[in-house]
Design a binder for this molecule. Structure first.
Ligand SMILES: NC(=O)c1ccc[n+]([C@@H]2O[C@H](COP(=O)([O-])OP(=O)(O)OC[C@H]3O[C@@H](n4cnc5c(N)ncnc54)[C@H](OP(=O)(O)O)[C@@H]3O)[C@@H](O)[C@H]2O)c1
Length: 241
């Protein structure tokens, strides 16, 4: 049973993950900027922490107060991603939170003495090459345009999490979401992933798996999920209900 600080507790994964963590006996301090979302988290049984991750000082204070053993990073900034006119701005905002938000969270977690840091990444930023991509395959760092901004954000997040020593850093490369809160109930283009299976991977990563990267996706030809299945005991068909 661990004390957990969950950044992004009110997001698509956070809302599925919070009850799962509580049901497994963990205590959860769930971060959000919004008092309304804080109220939702309280109703789920979490301690709500109102903080903006871009305010490094406030975040450090909030994480220190929560005294977490485990910090889970489910932050994205994707509001507007489904509107073509706002997509470019959403990608830039998301890259910023992956870079600067992660920097602030790693610093706060380290200062608070957390043991393990588990962070959300994506499983479709691999450089072109023979499939299925394993976790050792390079990221698409030669990408161009808007996509380059996203890949740079992903690379920054992953570098920081994997170098978070003395904390153990685990990166969860999630497929494209479907299920509650994702905007679709139909699996998108592979690699796809149900939000419950994504939340389940974060739950398992608390006390399974060595530091490193894990692909999580429905069975597909794009990415291999053998490592997560073997090391975390993860399964793609996990559902909360
Ligand atoms: N792998 C994937 O396919 C993938 C991954 C992520 C998201 N998405 C999609 O993107 C859409 C939006 O998802 P979402 O609701 O999870 O994302 P979101 O609205 O971008 O928010 C995610 C979480 O990050 C938090 N957050 C964002 N900026 C923050 C800041 N500056 N300080 C503190 N917390 C901050 C939000 O908290 P508050 O807003 O409550 O402050 C929320 O808890 C959905 O359709 C989802 O399926 C897909």
């Amino acid at each position: 049973m661990s004390r957990i600080f969950l950044a992004g507790a009110s997001g698509a994964i956070g809302r599925r993950l919070t009850p799962l963590l509580l049901a497994h006996g963990h205590s959860v301090s769930g971060a959000t900027r919004s008092p309304d979302n804080g109220e939702i988290l309280r109703k789920l049984g979490a301690r709500a922490v109102l903080v903006d991750v871009f305010d490094a000082e406030a975040l450090a204070g909030a994480v220190l107060q929560a005294k977490p053993e485990i910090v889970i990073h489910q932050l994205t900034d994707l509001s507007g991603i489904h509107d073509p006119a706002r997509r470019s701005g959403a990608r830039a905002g998301n890259a910023r939170i992956r870079d600067e938000g992660t920097r602030n969270l790693v610093a706060a977690a380290r200062k608070a003495g957390a043991r393990r840091l588990i962070a959300q990444s994506i499983a479709w930023a691999y450089a072109p090459g023979p499939r299925p991509y394993g976790e050792d395959h390079p990221l698409d760092l030669d990408a161009e345009g808007d996509w380059a901004v996203s890949v740079q954000g992903v690379a920054s997040l992953e570098r920081q999490v994997l170098a978070a020593s003395p904390m153990e850093g685990l990166v969860l490369r999630y497929g494209r979401f479907y299920g509650p809160g994702s905007g679709t109930d139909t699996p998108p283009t592979p690699p796809s992933l149900h939000v419950d299976a994504a939340a389940y991977a974060a739950l398992l990563a608390i006390d399974h798996g060595a530091p490193g990267i894990f692909n999580l996706a429905d069975p597909n030809d794009e990415v291999s999920t053998d490592k997560a299945i073997a090391a975390l005991g993860w399964r793609a068909d996990f559902r909360v209900d």
